[in-house]
Design a protein around this ligand. Structure first.
Ligand code: MSP
Length: 521
């Protein structure tokens, strides 16, 4: 059995969770579910990043102690994930005592390896990014991310000899084509490594300036830089160094957006190498959701609340939209119009309609029992072939993080099935009393619908279970409906003849946009 470990970024608790956070976590959830269906031994990690200046400032603003503040916001993230159907195996918080111990063990190791030194330091510090910028990296003296003027801070600090590992890292990235993917981010990472602009990493903050952090094991006057602490979550959650989960699941894969490419593509592999640990398997990088042409931010007032969206439009539809609309790696635009358009076109007109018409015909012609098929004609073979082909494409594309293309490939079958109904005209066969032919047509449809519903489980588990239930195979617990999706593609086997299916189906009601308020009809 293959093991598959996937992580999301651990989110800062200085703000409420929004669509961007939800996207990363929903993608990760879908990918892990997909691997479950392939039969892999999976472990899915998410959590919150709770140290650093940013958090202290946000807590002060809210008039609370940092601990109280992080407890509150972290709980909000956890409850959000439950509402979005996220089935993570572990939720890590960097303020957990266990994580703190692991960070100290890691720091001590790197220190013992001679990779940490004490030195004077002056740099342009952006509180928003929680990092120092070099003169060269600033744009017109401003932080390129936040467009604010960083503060010049000069103090003595501890440094991680990152530069020592950069030549190794560069060849590693060059030799491993899909270590960082899609390709454009690999190229971006290589450009960072080539520029020679990277210096050693400052990994401490004096307690005189910041107390909200993990104390360095070799100097009690300093706390650990928040990024150094945060990245270690990926192994502390597996109980490194002693827990058997580390041996079982590491190296895993990470999923992040392009804003945090550098710490994941540069700092983290260098840290792992210095500690004598194997580097991660893949870094999967996605783009931004833009709302009205801009990245979401409180100041722009264009924050999209994921729970509100899923309440108004349905969780399954919302998750489908996110995976279908964004090409992984590129930016995508979010708007309610685009969401409603997809729901109406793909889910109501194509998929929902197929279920509704086929199930009501099965009720009328066969008393809601799956009929025994007779001989397959050429058009039936063609549909069966298309369906298996699209399932194989789905598995290949989804496995390669090409979610939009994977779903498009599945929808080729959905649309072809609707056309098949129009062409085979079951109502005419019924009228003509051609029961044998009618049985084959309905059997082909129900079989292909089952395949489609199975493929959709990772993306929309609720709707998939509902579809499978309507097709007479009720799901057990929260387990995947099949555990060998690859093998499913080999044969065109449907619900067995005689199985009782639902008499009607109304999976995705059309949504009419009336001014600002969408209404389900
Ligand atoms: N705490 C760090 C990560 C540490 S990981 C060891 C951090 N947190 S964050 O709360 O700012 O989250 C950043 C991540 O949120 C992005 O990498 C991405 O996964 C998600 N997104 C935030 N805004 C986003 C968009 N507008 N669009 C898509 N995803 C975005 O950075």
């Amino acid at each position: 059995m293959n093991s598959f470990f996937l992580t999301t970024p651990i989110y800062y608790v200085n703000a409420r969770p929004h669509l961007g956070h939800a996207y990363s976590t929903i993608v990760a959830d879908s990918v892990v579910r997909f691997h479950k269906m392939l039969g892999d031994d999976t472990f899915f990690l998410t959590g919150t990043d709770e140290h650093g200046d940013k958090i202290v400032q946000a807590a002060e603003k809210g008039g609370r102690s940092p601990q109280k503040f992080v407890d509150e916001i972290s709980a909000r993230f956890q409850s959000l994930w439950a509402q979005l159907g996220i089935a993570n195996d572990r939720f890590i918080r960097t303020t957990e005592p266990g994580h703190k111990r692991v960070v100290q063990t890691f720091l001590q190791r790197v220190h013992d390896a001679g990779d940490i030194y004490f030195g004077a330091f002056g740099g342009h510090y952006c509180y928003g990014c929680e990092r120092f910028y070099t003169e060269k990296e600033l744009e017109n003296g401003l932080c390129p991310q936040h467009r604010t003027r960083p503060e010049f801070i000069s103090e003595k600090n501890y440094f991680f000899r990152m530069s020592k590992y950069l030549p190794w890292l560069k060849s590693y990235v060059e030799e491993h084509e899909d270590f960082i993917r899609p390709r454009r981010y690999r190229a971006e990472a290589l450009a960072m490594l080539e520029a020679g602009a990277l210096e050693d990493l400052c990994i401490s903050r004096p307690k005189t300036r910041l107390q909200w952090g993990i104390e360095l094991p070799f100097d009690k006057d300093y706390v650990c830089y928040v990024w150094f602490d945060a990245l270690i979550n990926y192994i502390s959650a597996l109980g490194w160094p002693d827990d058997q989960n580390f041996a079982r699941y590491w190296p895993g894969e990470h999923l992040v957006a392009k804003d945090i490419l550098k710490p994941h593509a540069v700092f983290w592999p260098a840290m792992l190498k210095s500690a004598g640990l194997p580097v991660y398997g893949h870094l999967n990088v996605h783009g931004y959701w833009l709302v009205r042409e801009a990245k979401m931010s409180k100041t722009l007032g264009n924050i999209i609340e994921p729970v509100e969206m899923s309440r108004r439009f349905g969780l399954s539809a919302f998750r489908y939209f996110l995976l279908r609309e964004m090409r992984f790696g590129e930016d995508a635009r979010f708007s309610e119009e685009a969401l409603v358009k997809r729901i109406n076109a793909d889910l109501s007109n194509d998929l929902g309609n197929l279920f509704s018409r086929v199930l009501s015909m099965t009720a009328k012609y066969f008393g809601s029992r799956v009929p025994e098929p007779s001989v397959f004609l050429q058009e039936d073979e063609a549909i069966a072939e298309l369906c298996l082909h699209s399932l194989q494409n789905f598995v290949r594309l989804f496995g390669g993080m090409r979610f939009d293309a994977a779903l498009e490939s599945l929808w080729e079958t959905v649309r072809a099935l609707n056309k098949y109904v129009d062409r085979q005209t079951p109502w005419m066969l019924y009228k003509q009393g051609d029961t044998a032919r009618l049985a084959t047509v309905m059997y082909v449809l129900l079989t292909a619908m089952r395949k489609t519903a199975l493929c959709l489980w990772p993306i929309m588990p609720d709707a998939s279970r509902q579809m499978l239930e309507q097709l007479g195979s009720p799901a057990v617990g929260n387990a995947p409906p099949v555990t060998a999706l690859g093998e499913e593609g080999i044969s065109f086997d449907g619900p067995s003849p005689g199985t009782i299916v639902a008499a009607a189906s109304n999976l995705f009601p059309r949504i009419e946009m009336k001014k600002d308020t969408p209404q389900k009809t």
